[in-house]
Design a protein around this ligand. Structure first.
Ligand code: NAD
Length: 286
């Protein structure tokens, strides 16, 4: 019997097309580059402007242009635009046009997200709540839902990866809306895995601990970790970052998460579906 998965060490995604949200910087950009390095063409978008309760500085159109440059430097095609994950019609319209251009869709990485206001739920406003839920849960739904007609009509199966968080494995104070949304993403993943299995479309969530991106390493987080200081720096907050993990590291790098995302997107993971995959340096056991 022939094993269909041969030569899996390189170009595992040759000829495939991946759709990625929140691709201007951070993990979204890293996933785009990692998938392109394995041979995939990329369809990418990002809001490239501030979002209420983002908890991090906004990304820019220049950031998204840099993602385009990095993917093209790998000799891969990329179609990228400024778009809001909360806008279902805009997301599905962009994807429709892009799939018509690139000819197919195989991989979906629902990644765009915001941090939230960094206060307790009691101190949160309704606007804080809806901003986080609309982006981190409904925005993920929109990306995946817009993809389904293309994955199903392709008839070749596919892989959907949703970026959840270690806070869906072990909640912490000051991230209530975020934690709720990231748990919701798990429910969405499991429902879709059940519904799409017969079509060979796999659906999984990834649960990173703190990752070295603008979302985590910024002044609001320093202040959250060190409320005793007027203007804390990253060094002041370092013990708290280390304290999150079992392994002796303050955070993982975006590329650490991209390796797992790329594995899940590839045929190396052909029988993995409905799974919650931690990249959490042991955080959930702490
Ligand atoms: N950094 C961490 O510590 C960490 C840990 C676990 C999970 N995550 C999750 O990983 C994902 C990526 O985060 P990151 O760390 O790369 O953060 P990041 O802030 O660097 O990147 C997120 C990107 O999403 C974009 N975005 C936000 N709202 C959007 C919207 N409505 N429509 C389109 N784009 C939007 C932002 O503009 C930004 O470019 C998020 O879902 C986040 O919750 C991050």
């Amino acid at each position: 019997m022939t094993d269909a998965v041969e030569n899996t060490t390189s170009r595992r995604l040759e000829g495939r097309v991946a759709f990625i949200s929140g691709a201007a910087r951070g993990m979204g950009r890293s996933h785009a580059v990692s998938l392109a390095r394995e041979g995939a063409d990329i369809i990418a978008f990002d809001i490239c402007e501030p979002v209420h309760a983002q908890g991090a500085p906004p990304s820019t159109e220049a950031d998204l242009a840099e993602t385009v440059r990095l993917v093209e430097a790998l000799d891969r095609r990329i179609i990228a635009t400024k778009c809001d994950a909360r806008d279902h019609d805009a997301v599905s319209g962009f994807l429709e046009e892009s799939v018509a251009d690139l000819g197919r869709l195989d991989i979906v990485i629902a990644n765009a997200g915001i941090n939230g206001p960094g206060v307790t739920l009691a101190d949160s406003t309704f606007e804080d709540w809806t901003s986080v839920i609309d982006t981190n849960l409904t925005g993920i739904f929109n990306v995946v839902h817009a993809s389904l007609p293309h994955l199903l009509s392709g008839g070749r199966g596919g892989s959907i990866v949703m970026i959840s968080s270690s806070l869906a494995l072990r909640p912490a104070a000051h991230f209530g809306a975020y934690t709720t949304a990231k748990h919701g993403v798990v429910g969405l993943m499991k429902s879709l895995a059940v519904e799409l299995g017969e079509h060979s479309i796999r659906v999984n969530t990834v649960h990173p601990t703190g990752v070295n991106t603008d979302l985590l390493v910024n002044e609001s987080t320093f202040k959250l970790f060190r409320p005793d200081l007027e203007a804390p720096t990253v060094d002041d907050a370092m013990d708290s970052y280390y304290g999150l993990n079992l392994l002796p590291i303050p955070w993982v790098e975006a590329s650490d998460v991209s390796r797992v995302v790329t594995f899940l997107a590839s045929d190396d993971a052909r029988y993995i579906t409905g799974s919650m995959i931690p990249v959490d340096a042991g955080m959930s056991l702490k």
